[in-house]
Design a protein around this ligand. Structure first.
Ligand SMILES: *Cc1c(COP(=O)(O)O)cnc(C)c1O
Length: 434
């Protein structure tokens, strides 16, 4: 056998082991679809074991905004690994985490000053909810223990975050009796540019007012509802929520795990509305997609409320909290955004997505085509056949992961114009063929 055959046999063995032992996300065990074996990645491209190259239109679940093997991020990681990869964060601290926390406090909307680092987005939402619940307990109002959110949201897969996910998308029927029951209002009317509907705002206000006695917080994704359905809404709803929650003594949490770091055309989606939430969650693109890390930021009011209570500590402390490797690469990733060149790039990608996806609007079965920042969505009138879609997309050199009735892309900002055009052409082709 020659070397190529050996490699092919070794890869087949790896995939057989994968099928036998590895549980993949949102999949049964054993899985029903074989994953693609990735050997390496650089720039906006994934290189598969069989030699194929795919443009990654997903940024590895929206995280790898600078693409793969970015020299600045690689160097930051190697440099930090040469000092220390990890130390516990209880009683110890270090420069990468200190710099990261102070940079986040500076970059995020005014008023968010304290930063709790954790290891994944879902955990950062757990921490946000814990902060809100503990704030009211410390203030002697334990009855304020429920969350209100709008439908169509997604906040993670651990239990408390799941309770504020869309009840259908989050399979709340399956978890009845296990999940805390939160208060849901209808999803916000669609469209970033569609003027706010006053009757919807009135409904939000009435629901918060009616439930204020037992509400700890309102929790939403600002501007873009991501994994709950890739829907966009007008910033006016966020301004309304800020007024309504303040007037009713309810905290406001923005989950910017998907929208943070430029994806929507503002560094943080809250900037579109010009409001500061009481608590903010960040994750995904925080480390440029290199390592797992998330952050929960809060205002001094929330921190003081907790720290003045009968139990004056926030009882949370992940083993890998503040991981120096992740913090160092996050600092480098944010450093790459600091010169502002991401903004014209995201605007350019937005224009290319609009132009490239426009032909999909005329394809039978397509119900909506929408674009905001570096997010392009084609919504169909039925569930996308993932196997078929993947076949057409990969045959056209593109990696996407459709879900439900959505074929969408969130490309790395480093995508060339040609690569964005390749993604949109493959998407249009997929809507025609699948
Ligand atoms: C992805 C996501 C989460 C969960 O983050 P994980 O790192 O996957 O736990 C929470 N909220 C939003 C808005 C997300 O997009």
């Amino acid at each position: 056998m020659n070397a190529a055959n050996d490699a092919t046999a070794a890869d087949a063995e790896l995939l057989a082991l994968d099928a036998r032992h590895v549980w993949h996300p949102y999949a049964p065990m054993p899985s029903t679809v074989a994953p693609l074996l990735v050997r390496e990645a650089s720039g906006a491209c994934l290189r598969l074991a069989d030699g194929r190259e795919l443009v990654d239109g997903m940024s590895s679940w929206w995280a790898a905004v600078h693409g793969y093997r970015h020299p600045v991020l690689d160097a930051a990681l190697a440099e930090q690994a040469g000092r220390m990869s990890h130390v516990m964060f209880g009683g110890l601290t270090h420069e990468p985490a200190i710099r990261l926390a102070s940079t986040l406090a500076e970059l995020t909307p005014d008023g968010l000053e304290h930063v709790f680092l954790s290891d994944s987005g879902s955990v950062s939402v757990e921490v946000a909810l814990k902060m809100c619940l503990q704030y009211w307990r410390s203030r002697g109002e334990p009855a304020k223990r429920r969350m209100l959110t709008w439908r169509g949201g997604y906040h993670g897969d651990t239990f408390h975050p799941m309770s504020v996910c869309d009840p259908e998308g989050g399979m709340h029927a399956l978890w009845r009796g296990v999940l805390p029951e939160q208060i849901f209002v209808p999803a916000p009317p669609s469209g970033f540019d569609t003027e706010p509907d006053q009757s919807y705002v009135d409904e939000l206000a009435a629901s918060v007012e009616r439930n204020a006695g037992e509400l700890a917080a309102v929790v939403v994704e600002p501007i873009v509802q991501g994994a709950g359905g890739m829907r966009f809404h007008h910033p006016g709803y966020l301004r309304a929520l800020r007024e309504i929650t303040s007037a009713n003594d309810v905290l406001l949490v923005f989950d910017e795990i998907a929208t943070g770091f430029g994806r929507t055309g503002a560094l943080f989606a809250a900037e579109h509305a010009g409001v500061t939430p009481d608590v903010l969650c960040l994750g995904k693109a925080l480390t440029g997609g290199y390592l797992t890390m998330a952050a929960t930021l809060c205002t001094p009011r929330v921190a003081e409320g907790i720290s003045e209570g009968a139990v004056p500590v926030l009882a949370h402390g992940p083993t890998f909290m503040g991981n120096p490797l992740a913090a160092a690469v996050a600092n480098a990733s944010i450093g790459l955004l600091a010169d502002g060149s991401w903004l014209p790039r995201v605007r350019r990608i937005e224009a290319l997505l609009r132009e490239g996806l426009a032909p999909a609007a005329g394809v039978p079965g397509v119900v909506d085509v929408r674009v905001l920042g570096a997010i392009g969505v084609v919504q169909l009138d039925r569930h996308v056949d993932m196997g078929e879609a993947t076949r057409v997309l990969t045959a056209n050199g593109v990696w996407l992961r459709p879900f439900r009735d959505l074929l969408y892309t969130m490309p790395p900002y480093v995508c060339t114009d040609g690569q964005v055009e390749q993604i949109t052409a493959a998407m249009v082709k997929t809507t025609r063929e699948v």
